[in-house]
Design a protein around this ligand. Structure first.
Ligand code: NAP
Length: 312
């Protein structure tokens, strides 16, 4: 695609699922003139070079960040502070630092204190992903028609926010600006708690003594397998999400637990109307998600190759 590049040099720190998808989208759509990649993993650096995801591949993040106009942190949340401290001396005045992390208050807490004056921080979260990791798992269309939420801290440079907005819009995303704390609450209920429930239910099934593992696998089409896809998500990423969005997750988990106990009671006392009314309400939410284009109505959702995207 021929277009005027939005940035001269893009540095991607962490060339995993999200970082490599950003690289592919930026290259395919001509959004930048030059892509510099850094990753801590020797294997991932080799894969990135072989797949020609960028023009340069570095072990040292500061080398990639040097002279970059947009530096995108695509590492697990727990690595942000150390990466920010390390690249800070290499950042040029006017550079924009952004990221893709799944919680935003922690990103601002960990990155902002390290940035020199004149470098702008515009955190972002593409609400798109899969249960796979690493540079081979990425694809250029991952962000198409998906939301990307930007959470600029108070006083953020308006031009830098507009530039990051334009970048994600050019990747095919719908972009929204949100207050960081609100982002963390919204994502706690729409993404983080659902992942925790999936991890928990798959773990519980694995621990059962009265039902064999063979039976769980054999009869998984009853609903269980949809949880297993989410529960196959990257352990490092999700450990860091729960450690870094602790308060919002605990708040939503408190509400969830209360509602679960109310359902337990309805089952115990045979309150069919309570169950029926809830299940009717939830069915309408599913329909609204399909109507909004965030999911397909196909009955095998999540299992056809075209339906492999989820949220993260
Ligand atoms: P990923 O596939 O595991 O990629 C992360 C990459 O960063 C890996 O290559 C990792 O190497 C590398 N890395 C780790 N520490 C580093 C460091 N200190 N310096 C340089 N590279 C380092 O993970 P991902 O799924 O792309 O997730 C990246 C970020 O995107 C996370 O913050 C996550 O919250 C966010 N996110 C993920 C999703 C999703 O669905 N996956 C969706 C939206 C947002 P090693 O593998 O050797 O550690």
């Amino acid at each position: 695609m021929s277009r005027q590049p939005l940035f001269d040099r893009l540095a991607i720190i962490g060339i995993g699922l999200i970082g490599s998808s950003v690289a592919r989208a930026a290259r395919e759509r001509g959004l930048v003139r030059q892509i510099a990649i850094a990753d801590a993993s020797e294997q991932h650096r080799q894969d990135a070079a072989r797949l020609q995801l960028g023009d340069e591949v570095h072990a040292d993040a500061a080398e990639a960040a040097r002279d970059a106009d947009l530096i995108m942190f695509c590492v697990p949340l727990g690595a942000n502070a150390a990466v920010a401290a390390h690249v800070a001396p290499a950042l040029k005045p006017g550079a924009i630092v952004s990221d893709v992390g799944s919680c935003k208050q922690a990103v601002i807490r960990d990155i902002a204190p390290h940035l020199p004056a004149g470098v702008h921080l515009v955190p972002g979260h593409p609400v798109a992903g899969t249960e796979h990791s690493g540079p081979k798992a990425g694809f250029a269309s991952l962000f198409e028609n998906r939301w990307c939420i930007l959470t600029p801290p108070p006083g953020a440079d308006a031009r830098a926010v507009e530039a990051v907005k334009a970048f994600w819009a050019a990747c095919g995303s719908k972009v929204e600006v949100m207050e960081p704390r609100h982002h963390d609450l919204v994502l706690a209920i729409t993404s983080h708690v659902p992942h925790l429930i999936a991890y928990n239910i798959v773990g519980t099934a694995d621990d059962l003594e009265t039902v064999t593992e063979g039976e769980v696998i054999k009869y998984s089409a009853g609903g269980f397998r949809d949880f297993t896809r989410i529960a196959a998500s990257d352990p490092t990423m999700w450990r860091d999400v729960f450690l870094n969005n602790k308060e919002a997750v605990l708040e939503m988990l408190g509400r969830f637990t209360e509602d679960l106990i109310a359902l337990q009671r309805a089952i115990r006392w045979g309150e069919g109307d309570t169950l029926f009314n809830l299940f009717t309400r939830t069915r309408a939410i599913r329909r609204a998600i399909i109507d909004a284009g965030q999911e397909t109505a196909a009955p095998d959702f999540g299992r056809s190759p075209a339906a492999g995207k989820s949220e993260g």
